[in-house]
Design a protein around this ligand. Sequence first.
Ligand code: C6P
Length: 418
Amino acid sequence: MMNPAAGLEPVAALDAAALRRDFPILHQQINGHPLVYLDNGATTQKPASVIDAVAEFYHHDNANVHRGVHLLSQRASDRFDSAREQVRSLINAASTAEVIFTRGTTEAINLVAQSYGRSTVKSTDEILVSAMEHHANIVPWQLLCEETGATLRVAPMNDSGELLTDAFTELLSEKTRIVALTHVSNALGTVNPVRTFARLAHAAGAVVVVDGAQSVAHGPVDVQQLECDFFAFSGHKLYGPTGIGVLYGREALLEDMPPWQGGGDMIRTVSFEGSTWNTLPHKFEAGTPHIAGAVGLSAAIDYLNGIGFDAIAAHEQALLGCATEKAKSQAGMRIIGNASDKAAIVSFELEGIHPHDVGTILDSAGVTIRTGHHCAMPVMQFFGVPATARASFGLYNTTDDIDALFVAIDKAQALFAR
Ligand code: C6P
């Protein structure tokens, strides 16, 4: 999925150096050095078109949605509705009824756990997650297990950071109610063959929840082709605003699920004797949504469509190849996560240097990476490390950024060699 360049269709090259001009934040000095932003896994920077769309919305169209007959409210509602259609098209959902706006990936997964999970999972059931999940795809299921008495199972991975298909299959049974799996690991970069696992899970009668936080900005995503039941992602990792995200769910499942939060917009009628629910997707969107966030997300999708997701994926794969080659020939550097299918995320450790020191020294050279457990503590436990340093790439990164990364790594190693 992440390497369309390997396919038959030629992919138009992406001019990252030119695209950088679209991102105002990139043109600044950090600690006296030009900013080299390699923390795209945490959040991506925003092109001016996204920033402008949000500002322009507040300048001209701001009103609450689906509530007023006045023109401003109609304009705001139109923009909100067209953002939903934009998301539908991005992930190829069958209908906008299947696109629910949330605060982000975390809230989207919690919605599934609390609505689908609480209404279907029994004490004898099992929920299967993988060993490489982000806490957002572990803890909501643990909370559900605590509430229902169900059991959490964990599908193991190998030392390269790849899930083991046989072990996964063995863990599936008629007890498995939900399989929750990341599309791309934020800590390792592994791209999981979601469709293969979804087919296995469906054969066992489970529904499949995919955490798409780290995949959706880095290549084409088609939820129908993935054959998943739910797919969650965050706008801020897709070059859009924070505070807006998406839960895709198959309409038949969403129809049967009870509301998660109650309030305005999610109801059809309310009386003190009882209430009835609005149609999809509104049933799951209680209260005033993040309208400006949806507008910004829509602008981000426009921007990315203008570049092309195949081109983005090919560019990032080239960066990954380059960074991996350099890392392999860098003495004292170990990559953590060597799956055969990887997104452009390089987690590493430098012998004898704590990852936090690596992060601090790199920052002093203007190179911004993430260090820590990446909200994936079980992954750190598996690899026997307290933390890793992680460089994660985006569409505006260049081989110059990789050179700067390795100059800074040399500097860190030289400092600690003294
Ligand atoms: N990972 C990282 O630096 P939210 O916070 O809801 O936008 O996304 C949560 C989340 C869920 N799943 C995966 C695979 C993720 O990578 C993330 C966020 C960031 O890796 C922050 S911990």
